[in-house]
Design a protein around this ligand. Sequence first.
Ligand code: ZN
Length: 322
Amino acid sequence: MAEPRPITLITHPRFFDHDTGGHGHPEMPGRLTAIAGRLEGGPLAPLVTSTAEIKPAEWHQLTPCHDETYLYRFEEAALAGRSWLDHPDNQLSFGTYEAALLAAGAGIAGIDLLESGTRTVFGAVRPPGHHAEQGTALGFCFLNNVAVAARYWQQQHGRRKIMIIDWDAHHGNGIQAAFEEDPEVFYISLHEHPTFSFPGTGWAEDTGSGAGRGTTLNLPLPPGTGDAIVLALLRGRVASAIERFRPDGLIVAAGFDGAAEDDMSGLSYSPALFRDLGRLTAAWAEQYCQGRVLSLLEGGYHLESLARGVEAYLGGLAGVEV
Ligand SMILES: [Zn+2]
């Protein structure tokens, strides 16, 4: 059996300063506590190194993906004590703006780690990012952490072809919008079908536009979809898309709300699927990207299954049985 791969886990205490107001808001600080608690005493503990050495993303790192006017609007809303931005789903607190800059900064720090010899980085970040658009907060997301990291990887380190795999239960409309005309960033999403699920995007017919035609792959899934169908898609259409594209870098939008216990979707994934996602991702990273892969946390709201899913995924990435 191959040597286990060490995992670098990026997280930061300021992520707890993003207060979504209680009242049962699902995107709560306790999500990160649940993950940390599960990993600390668990079998992966010897393989996981945690770091909080991250800096807030700078505006010039965000503006490839977000309008300046939006960034001003977001900063002003948080600092002025407004309770939400653009939609009541997107609850704000005074600390939200700084937490969001740090969540985007975690992706940037993760890319720098990958470029300095680290192979497997997981960012346990919040707020999440994949629904955030150029000028709009949506679905608990303010800054598109994954999109910002992809642009940074290209611009700072010259990796041209970035593949983003998003298996959060919901379509990452913000990531798709950022890259749908860009042939150098390939976006793959597996999500509950838009007829049944937020945000109502991610149709199979959407394959990119202009020069980016063919570098978006949406795989919408009917409610109730479980491990077997997803695994078949991963080994079939996803694997062949990666083989054709031959990425220089791999970023995963890692959402765990497809878990059967998570009522934010009708999908029915077991922990074994998250383990297999980790194994496949590690294999793709080895084959095409010298092992380099950055994963950033997106959704996952049932605390116990979120923590179990993250552990299973990291175990798969590390190449150990959990
Ligand atoms: Zn989600």
